[in-house]
Design a protein around this ligand. Structure first.
Ligand code: GLC
Ligand code: GLC
Length: 843
């Protein structure tokens, strides 16, 4: 019996997958699930059953979607929680359920070109994830169907550009169905409030277009639409009619029976389905376009005089995007948009992983994290977190060179969620831009990140007018406070909130959300951060914040010097030096920097501890803040990192892992050893160590660390790694986990921005400064040459760096347009033309 079942499974799966077994890419390297197409800037997935759904993002500014390699995912306008267009099923069986599907009926065979949801074996499958688009192609019985999904620049709709091709020798009459399921706008309510929601859904159907108008009759002035370029032979808008109450998307009744019901949803579960009949001669092909979008009317103009919904916006979009010619043109626009963004920074090095990551995928991920913060991914449900204060400030660091104006606005939005006492709302919703009261503030690192993002913006652009922008405070929106006031306030907040050793108080947590030294939570399910503090929460201190403070003071001094306020600048430099003394006195453990003091005043991250003896964050930030450079502590701390934390898959957050839950340490000890903050490899903080290694001049080691977490490099062990090899994941399981080396929480992580900063500014060493472009590479000794093209303040710098004697670091000589310059900073030229810089490294 068991044998027979096994045989059936084998036949089923064996057939299904035999066509997808491995591929050979141009270099002849065998890789299992796909490969990079560097020329086209695409990742090509060659079998649909990837180890995890491998996703991509659609949209650049207002309208967004996530899309997996089998077309799973959802769309939203601006805010993944408050304006959700389509429904997704997180945590379903199978994973990644619901999406932008097409069903094909060709003779007796019914199938999906994207493999899911029916999972009928395909003869050919390919998914190309590109920059802001995904193209999925499936072929069966001589019929090839491809769907290119993207959001045109500036639009609030997406386009599905579908091509159907008859590769067989026979005439084909096929029937095709499109499918989306509407979300009733508020994604959290949509998942929970069925007693109301089963009675609110409404649609309107006009000439084959399905308008989703739930709640338009009351307080909403927006609607969704799903339209098709072809004349439809049927449609459905009721899920029960199309799918059948007791059936799934892998066998919708209407598809199986071959005929739509022409249903009009009233309450229950509205969907959008078009039925299209296509006749194709051998060799013939046909293009069909779908548009799925969001439209809004001014509240007083919701209806036409005859009582119908005003649909002008939809008509405009239809005009624009239902013709293939226009669609193809707007797709080209999307490509040029990315050409332009990626032309700001382009490097050519001796390493293909660096080239593809730094020039394409890492920058692309920076755009995505800038847009999404930590809100919508396969792991972030879009209903939990909006924009994070510390996260979004850090995201700016990797994005600012691409579109500085958007970074500028973001910095001001973030700053306006700071309160007048210096604390900051930890999160805010992108739609309302208002701080999230449920979470509030009290994460004591938050205020300081604003100085880093502002400084990065000014170093990139030279624009100091941002400092004078009046933004008020979250609790006093009408106050005259400028961004500059916020920066001073942030530094003073740290200065005024210090503990018994003079180190900054940690609050709910610092960068490490899970080091919760004041909460002592013992109630299952409650938030570790918000559990409520013990009576005296002014004892627990953070060495990491101390280091970050020093760095923020230096950045602030840079800003102040740039605007001619030398005395104030010196004052902050003095404060940084004083804090460094405190770190030397109370934050040094002998071989590395301590991590914190807990609320009993006991050390955390010390050789005296039984577990959690050494942490990564305070090593990184102490050194980034300039601590330990003159007395050897920095080198010693980094050697300890190497000895106790580094693995071939990246650097572990702390060691030894916590083996049990410690209420006085909080969430960090809640995870099984090797996961997340409990001794996982948290890639974000790995980048700080990379940078620290370049600061002390060890380019080989910095690069070794860079490669150890480099996604593209993970193709070599993809069955262990499992996540997308084209973007960073937040975490790789550490060596205490049986799943060591497996990555999780891909896409939305500060690793994106910080990796770009690390590799572009510190390893390759081209760093925007207030008054020029610093050239300070710290590279592997085996690199003989590297080239970087950098657009900076309205000039183009073509930089060639030569390393004749194979060193790591040390600029000996720079010639700019043939003339030798002093120092290692290229001046601001601002003349709109190209300049040649030749840099020689030498001891
Ligand atoms: C998550 C959070 C980030 C935090 C990190 C470490 O990535 O988004 O804010 O710093 O975890 O806990
Ligand atoms: C959990 C995660 C952490 C994340 C936090 C956000 O604590 O471990 O990474 O930053 O949730 O609230």
């Amino acid at each position: 019996m068991i044998k027979a079942i096994k045989k059936i499974i084998f036949i089923f799966c064996g057939n299904k997958l035999s066509n997808f077994q491995g591929i050979n890419n141009n270099q002849g390297i065998k890789m299992k699930y796909g490969h990079f197409d560097d020329q086209k800037r695409e990742y090509v997935i060659t079998r649909p059953d990837t180890p995890l759904p491998w996703i991509n993002y659609l949209g650049t500014e207002h309208y967004f979607g996530i899309i997996s390699n089998t077309a799973g995912g959802y769309s939203f306008y601006q805010d993944a929680r408050l304006r959700r267009l389509t429904r997704y099923r997180y945590n379903n069986i199978p994973m990644d359920s619901n999406g932008r599907y097409l069903y094909i009926k060709d003779g007796d065979t019914v199938w999906n070109p994207m493999w899911k949801p029916m999972r009928v074996p395909l003869d050919k499958y390919e998914c190309r994830h590109g920059l802001g688009y995904t193209k999925i192609t499936g072929e069966k019985n001589g019929l090839e169907v491809s769907a290119l999904y993207f959001v045109p620049i500036g639009a609030r709709n997406e386009v599905w550009h579908v091509e159907v091709k008859n590769n067989s020798n026979d005439k084909k009459n096929i029937r095709m169905w499109s499918f989306v399921e509407w979300c009733l706008w508020e994604a959290y309510d949509d998942m929970t409030n069925f007693q109301r929601n089963y009675s609110t859904g409404q649609v309107e159907i006009e000439n084959g277009t399905i308008f989703h108008i739930t709640e338009y009759r009351e307080r909403r002035n927006h609607y969704g639409y799903f339209a098709c370029s072809e004349k439809v032979s049927g449609y459905d808008s009721s899920r029960d009619a199309f799918v059948g109450l007791h059936y799934g998307l892998d066998a919708p009744r209407a598809v199986i029976e071959g005929e739509c019901r022409n249903s009009t949803a009233y309450g229950w579960l509205p969907i959008g389905v078009h039925q299209i009949d296509i006749e194709l001669k051998p060799g013939e092909s046909k293009k069909i376009n779908f548009i799925l979008g969001y439209a809004e009317n001014p509240p007083e103009e919701k209806y036409l005089p005859d009582g119908k919904i005003r649909k002008d916006e939809f008509f405009n979009v239809r005009e624009k995007f239902l013709s293939s010619e226009n669609v193809e043109k707007s797709f080209e626009e999307l490509k040029s948009y990315w050409d332009k963004l990626l032309s700001v920074y382009h490097a050519e090095t001796a390493n293909e992983h660096v080239n593809r990551m730094v020039n394409v995928w890492n920058q692309y991920q920076c755009m995505v994290t800038f847009n999404m913060s930590r809100s919508a991914s396969l792991y972030e449900s879009g209903i939990g977190r909006g924009m994070g204060y510390r996260d979004s400030n850090q995201d700016v660091l990797g994005f600012v060179h691409m579109i500085p104006e958007r970074a500028r606005q973001r910095i001001l939005d973030i700053a306006s969620t700071q309160l007048s006492d210096g604390t900051c709302y930890h999160q805010y919703q992108p739609l309302t831009k208002k701080g999230n009261a449920d979470i509030g503030g009290g994460f004591n690192d938050d205020p300081l990140w604003l100085i880093l993002s502002t400084s990065a913006y000014i170093r990139e652009t030279g624009d100091t007018t941002i400092l004078d922008e009046k933004i008020g405070y979250a609790d006093k929106p009408d106050s005259d406070a400028t961004l500059m006031d916020h920066l001073h306030l942030s530094l003073n907040y740290t200065l005024n909130n210090r503990g018994p050793h003079g180190l900054p108080l940690i609050g709910h947590a610092d960068w490490n959300d899970c080091l919760n030294l004041n909460c002592f939570s013992t109630t299952p399910g409650e938030s570790f951060q918000l559990a409520g503090h013990i009576e005296n929460d002014r004892i627990a201190e953070s060495v990491m914040i101390a280091g970050l403070f020093c760095r923020a003071c230096e950045e602030m001094a840079g800003i102040l010097n740039f605007i001619g306020k030398k005395n104030e600048a010196d004052d902050y430099k003095k404060k940084a030096a004083e804090m460094r003394d405190v770190i030397y006195k109370h934050g040094w453990d002998g071989e590395w920097f301590l991590r914190a003091y807990d609320s009993y005043g006991e050390k955390v991250g010390s050789k005296e501890n039984k577990e959690g003896k050494i942490f990564i964050e305070s090593q990184g930030w102490s050194i980034l803040g300039g601590t330990g450079l003159e007395n050897g502590h920095a080198l010693k701390a980094l050697d300890s990192v190497k000895e106790y934390l580094a693995t071939p898959n990246g650097i572990i957050l702390q060691q030894p892992a916590y083996s049990t839950y410690y209420p006085h340490l909080g969430e960090i000890s809640s995870y099984p050893p090797g996961y997340k903050e409990n001794a996982g490899i948290f890639t974000h903080n790995n980048t700080w160590i990379q940078i620290a290694e370049t600061i002390v001049g060890r380019g080989d080691r910095a690069f070794e660390y860079y490669l150890s977490i480099c996604p593209s490099k993970k193709e070599e062990q993809i069955d262990i790694y499992r996540s997308e090899p084209y973007v960073y994941s937040q975490m790789t399981a550490g060596k205490d986990a049986p799943t060591y080396g497996e990555a999780k929480n891909s896409w939305l992580t500060g690793t994106a921005a910080w990796s770009f900063v690390s590799v572009s500014q510190y390893i390759l060493g081209i760093r925007p400064d207030f008054d020029g472009l610093v050239i300070d590479p710290c590279i592997p000794s085996e690199w003989k040459e590297l080239k970087v093209q950098r657009k900076f303040r309205n000039a183009v710098y073509n930089i060639t760096i030569k390393n004749p004697s194979g060193i790591n670091k040390g600029v000996k000589k720079i010639t700019l347009d043939g003339k030798e310059i002093q120092g290692n900073k290229l001046p601001v030229l601002n003349d709109g033309i190209e300049h040649e810089a030749l840099v020689v490294l030498e001891k």
